[in-house]
Ligand binder design. Structure first.
Ligand code: FAD
Ligand code: UDP
Length: 378
């Protein structure tokens, strides 16, 4: 009998499988309904031999030494700092908006203090920042909001930024310096041989069995197990008893061109009328040398695989009902972007699963010593 069945081979499930098998010596069955491991970070060599990310560009960045160090057991790293340009007013300018952006866009030569003053004169200061519109308008004003955020956000989320939590656009800061990097985290690197290789290393343990092309519901009653870790959508586990949690999906359209590089940075964002939001050129991310180049266009859509939980108050109310129900179950744990309905980056998911692992071990020790377990909140 397996100690744990883990549903989902993404970061959330694979971290727990690895920790439970190698550190807690448990027998684990990890399953996925897809035909590969790695969840949304899965990468593979396309028909031209170029390493691409099947579910859109994944750039690793974190401020957590513990997360970076833990993943470093399973991969070597290639240092990589992502840069993004936005196509605005016929120019390609840096996003996050910074000193270079303002000077290029308006033909100015402002220094850092002058850019701060520029933002102050444009900003519409809000006493309460509640929405994704408030965040941007409060810091740079409506004109830059319209140029960089309004349409991109409408495309990406299918709603106006004023309907989304502040946390969404707050992911993209405003700078007065000339730092053109997309992220400023302490650790910024890509797995040297790709994400899939890293996951293969994580799951290569004699206590871990992998079963692909299998939906949890198909095996739930067939395979005896003492506990379940579920990283699929939490509403699906409960057969949508409180209604469906909305997700945003994306159609990824790949293209390979007979040229070495096609755009000046890893990603170009299009906060414009095109139906796609951004184009990413993989060789910047992976460092691969090849005489051709592969790119992916992202077309957001309401239907399809659940990629983005939609951070809105009304959705959080539904999620809380599922979370409360989940906490009444014993030996069933939910983690990950879908399992806890959180717009988490990879490093946050790794940290969440490492924390859950510690809680599970702690609860088991409590049973051993006191005969009863500590409560585990997800
Ligand atoms: P997932 O990777 O979604 O894994 C869940 C797995 O569970 C899936 O493989 C699914 O098939 C499986 N599953 C679900 N239900 C069932 C079931 N019933 N039975 C069996 N299997 C099931 N993060 C970053 O840090 N940097 C980035 O640059 C970045 N870019 C991103 C770009 C895009 C387009 C997207 C969508 C996300 C991006 N992310 C990025 C976020 C990142 O993908 C997630 O944080 C991370 O992959 C979440 O891991 P997870 O294991 O929680 O979920
Ligand atoms: N965003 C935007 N314009 C941009 C970049 C981002 O409006 O040029 C907004 C948009 O709502 C997006 C959010 O900021 O969904 C977060 O951006 P991020 O690049 O972090 O999105 P992700 O990589 O998670 O898709």
């Amino acid at each position: 009998m397996f100690d744990y069945v883990i549903t989902g081979t993404g970061f959330a499930g694979s971290v727990l499988a690895e920790r439970l098998a190698s550190h807690a010596h448990k027998k684990v069955l990890i399953i996925d309904k897809r035909n590969h491991i790695g969840g949304n970070t899965f990468d593979y060599y396309d028909e031209h031999g170029i390493l691409v990310h099947k579910y859109g560009p994944h750039i690793f960045h974190t401020n957590s030494f513990d997360v970076f160090d833990y993943l470093g057991k399973f991969t070597k790293w290639r240092p990589y700092e992502h840069r993004v340009l936005a196509s605005v007013d016929g120019q390609l300018v840096p996003i996050p908006i910074n000193q270079n952006t303002i000077n290029s866009l308006y033909g100015l030569n402002l220094n850092s203090d002058e850019v701060a003053e520029f933002f102050n004169t444009k900003a519409e200061k809000k006493s309460l920042i509640k929405t994704s519109e408030d965040v941007v308008v409060n810091s740079v004003g409506r004109e830059l909001y319209d140029k960089f955020f309004k349409h991109y956000t409408q495309k990406q989320w299918g709603c106006d930024p004023c309907e989304l939590d502040a946390s969404v656009t707050a992911r993209v800061p405003t700078r007065t310096n000339r730092d053109n990097r997309y992220f400023t985290d302490v650790y910024q690197a890509m797995p040297l041989y790709g994400y899939t290789k890293m996951f293969e290393n994580m799951l290569a343990h004699p206590n871990i069995k992998i079963m692909l092309n299998t939906d949890y519901k198909e095996i739930a009653d067939l395979i005896p197990h003492k506990a379940l870790i579920y990283t699929g959508p939490i509403d699906s586990y409960f057969d949508y008893c409180y209604g469906t949690l909305p997700y945003r999906s994306i159609n990824f359209v790949f293209e390979t061109l007979d040229t070495e590089f096609v755009q000046p940075t890893g990603t170009v964002n299009y906060p414009t009328s095109q139906a796609y939001t951004r184009i990413t050129e993989f060789k910047y991310l992976t460092g691969q040398k090849h005489k051709k180049t592969s790119v992916v266009y992202e077309y957001p859509t309401a239907c399809g695989d659940p990629y983005y939980p939609i951070p809105k108050a009304e959705n959080n109310i539904i999620y809380k009902k599922y979370k409360t129900l989940a906490e009444t179950l014993s030996n069933v744990y939910f983690t990950g972007r879908l399992g806890t309905y959180k717009y988490y980056n990879m490093d946050q998911v790794v940290a969440q699963s490492l924390t859950l692992f510690k809680k599970i071990v702690h609860a088991q020790e409590a049973i051993k010593h006191n005969g009863h377990s500590a409560t585990i909140n997800i």
